[in-house]
Structure formats: structure tokens, C-alpha cells
Design a protein around this ligand. Structure first.
Ligand code: 5GP
Length: 195
């Protein structure tokens, strides 16, 4: 552990389709803090262009369940009715924090709750597109999900939006560059935190 410069946990949640991945990727490029992305594990199939080990660790269901039983996850859950698993590997956060990095978790609201119970000092940010109708438009424009998958995501999103006030910060992703700047400013304000 780098005691003089301890790492921090940053949690970014928000409804699926809120543009989290794009914002997080850009944040890592432009924010001048030692940020490191925690790459989650999932059993869902890669979308076109997604790279194993970079966007997610894509695991088979058997491998995921084996690692879950082994206690390898800081948090994990079955996210959608379709039955895909997602989780944060302890190894992803531990290695970054030990190096004094600010480890960014892009996870859903339940996962965020689980992590905050263990790490209450985590900086939590809820990123959302402003309204449910804007979210639906973005999910349809993305063109990666079937109508029924979009309906499921919207249903989950309604529940997630209701939990926004559990986060320390709320950021509207109206434009990527503005949202990234706001998040970076929020994080910079935590530089002198003692934890
Ligand atoms: P997607 O399939 O669109 O990449 O992600 C679906 C949802 O799973 C998103 O809300 C995303 O934030 C969430 N998610 C991604 N990784 C994790 C994780 O490691 N843990 C939890 N709890 N949720 C995750």
C-alpha cells in the first residue's frame, strides 16, 4: 500500500444506455488524476467491437460461478431477467488501490450499494441522460438490443433512477465533454481527502 498517496474508489452508476462507457473512457483520457478502470466480469456475449480484458472479462457461466464460489468478487449479481451475470473482481480493485490509483467502477446500483457498505468512503456518482424518454431514444439509436431487451432495460432503469439520491453526486450526460469535465472537477475536489 502506498501510504503517502492512498488510492480511492470511484463508483459511476446509471441506467444502461446513459452513455456511461463512453463517458468513463473519455474521463480516463482527459482527467489528470491517476485513474484506472476496474474491468468487470460478465457472462453476456461481447457486443461488436468489445474486447475481452478491456471492456469486460468475458467469462462462461461455469467459470463465473466457480470464481463466485471462490470468493473472487467484491460484488456480483445477475442483472437482467435474461440471466447474465456481472461482477467486480477483487483483484481489479486491490491492485489499483495498492498502487495509489483511483479505481473507477462502472457498475449498477445494487453493486454500488454492496461496495459502499464495505467501502463507505467511495466517491459515488450517478450519471443519467436527464429523462426516461431521452434514455429510451438512446437505447433505440444504439441499435444493439431487441425490443424486449430494451423494454427490460427501461424497466430496470425506472427502478435505478429512483435510487439516485443514494449517490453523493448526480451528473446529467447531456454532452460527453461537459459530463466528463464535471466528473473530473468532482474528483479533483476530493484530492485532499485523507482516506
Ligand atoms: P452492459 O451489458 O450494458 O454492458 O451493462 C449492463 C449493466 O450492468 C449496466 O448497468 C452496468 O453498469 C452493469 N454492470 C457492468 N459491470 C458490472 C459489475 O461489475 N457489477 C455490477 N453490479 N453491475 C455491472
Amino acid at each position: 500500500m502506498n501510504v503517502s498517496n492512498p488510492g480511492k474508489l470511484v463508483i459511476i452508476s446509471g441506467p444502461s444506455g446513459a452513455g456511461k462507457s463512453t463517458v468513463v473512457r473519455r474521463l480516463l483520457e482527459v482527467c489528470s488524476l491517476p485513474l484506472k478502470l476496474s474491468v468487470s466480469a460478465t457472462t453476456r456475449s461481447p457486443r461488436p467491437g468489445e474486447i475481452d480484458g478491456q471492456d469486460y472479462h468475458f467469462l462462461t457461466r461455469d467459470e463465473f460461478l466457480r470464481r463466485q464460489a471462490n470468493g473472487d468478487f467484491l460484488e456480483s449479481k445477475e442483472v437482467f431477467a435474461a440471466g447474465d451475470y456481472y461482477g467486480t473482481l477483487r483483484s481489479e480493485t486491490a491492485s489499483g488501490l495498492a498502487e495509489g490509483k483511483w479505481v473507477v467502477l462502472e457498475i449498477d446500483v445494487q453493486g454500488a450499494q454492496t461496495v459502499v457498505q464495505q467501502q463507505p468512503q467511495a466517491i459515488t456518482i450517478f450519471l443519467h441522460p436527464g429523462s426516461m424518454s431521452e434514455l429510451e431514444r438512446r437505447l433505440r439509436d444504439r441499435g444493439t438490443d431487441s425490443d424486449s431487451a430494451i423494454e427490460r432495460r427501461l424497466e430496470v432503469a425506472r427502478g435505478e433512477m429512483a435510487l439516485m439520491d443514494r449517490y453523493r453526486y448526480e451528473v446529467v450526460n447531456d454532452t460527453v465533454e461537459r459530463a466528463v469535465r464535471e466528473i473530473c472537477d468532482i474528483l479533483q475536489a476530493h484530492r485532499s481527502d485523507k482516506d
